[in-house]
Design a protein around this ligand. Structure first.
Ligand code: TYD
Length: 231
């Protein structure tokens, strides 16, 4: 297991096993929200202490930045670099307030999105500089890099079908079909090349909830090196 934040831990905490930090990724409508709750329940049932969180947000002040980003994006007042700055600002608060305390205390953190979303959205879809995104990630995440990224992969057509008319105020979901082409291709490329030096797992998100959940469970068995009792 990777050692995270070693220098920041008390001697007593050093002997404790660190929690795993696992990201669920994918475009809107990929089913992350449902799958992350099923995964959390499954891990808890199997005796692993686990919490789930989301980005941007997951902690009060970062939720405020989330609202600001959505407003600025809706009003077309912010470009890729501005978005990067705000997403990473929110992320810094979240890493300190949610990720570190849990991971250091042996609690697994499952998150709906992380800096990997910045790579896909602000990098591939919005044209931001990937080298800069990776450099800021090093500053903001430091030793707390995810142990694994589970990408729920769906097609643009499935996204459009699932979204329907329900856009929920998310300005990124209102983008053009070409934006989603860049986003989906970007995510696939990130998984293929191991973007960020991370362990990527791709799960086909096209089928029903139970089938996708079984595929996610198999990935979790690989990550935790343990056969898991099903829900
Ligand atoms: P959310 O409602 O959580 O979307 P979803 O249900 O699709 O996960 O809204 C988060 C939106 O912010 C989402 O459309 C993707 C976008 N986003 C970025 O563009 N960059 C980022 O770094 C993150 C974390 C999210």
């Amino acid at each position: 297991m990777k050692e995270k934040g070693k220098c920041m831990q008390t001697p007593e905490k050093k002997s404790q096993e660190l929690g795993k930090f696992i990201v669920f990724e994918g475009i809107g409508g990929s089913g992350k929200g449902t799958q992350i709750i099923l995964a959390k329940d499954l891990l808890i049932k199997n005796g692993f202490k686990t919490v789930y969180t989301r980005e941007p947000g997951g902690i009060e002040p970062a939720e405020e930045i989330r609202k600001l980003i959505f407003m600025l994006k809706n009003e077309k007042l912010i470009n890729a670099e501005g978005q990067m700055a705000l997403f990473f600002g929110a992320r810094k608060l979240w890493v300190e307030g949610v990720v570190k305390p849990n991971v250091d205390n042996g609690i697994n953190v499952l998150t709906d999105r992380c800096h990997t979303s910045t790579g896909a959205y602000q990098g591939y879809a919005e044209g931001g500089n990937q080298k800069q995104i990776l450099a800021i990630s090093d500053i903001v995440l430091g030793n707390y890099k995810p142990d694994a990224v589970i990408l729920l992969d769906i097609s643009k057509e499935t996204f459009i079908n699932r979204r329907g008319n329900d856009i929920n105020g998310d300005p990124f979901d209102k983008e053009s079909p070409e934006y989603f082409d860049r986003l989906i291709a970007g995510y696939r490329e990130m998984a293929k090349t191991g973007w960020g030096g991370l362990n990527w797992y791709v799960v086909n998100g096209e089928s029903g909830v139970e089938e996708v959940s079984e595929s996610v469970t198999k990935v979790l068995e690989e990550i935790f090196e343990k056969k898991l009792k099903r829900l």
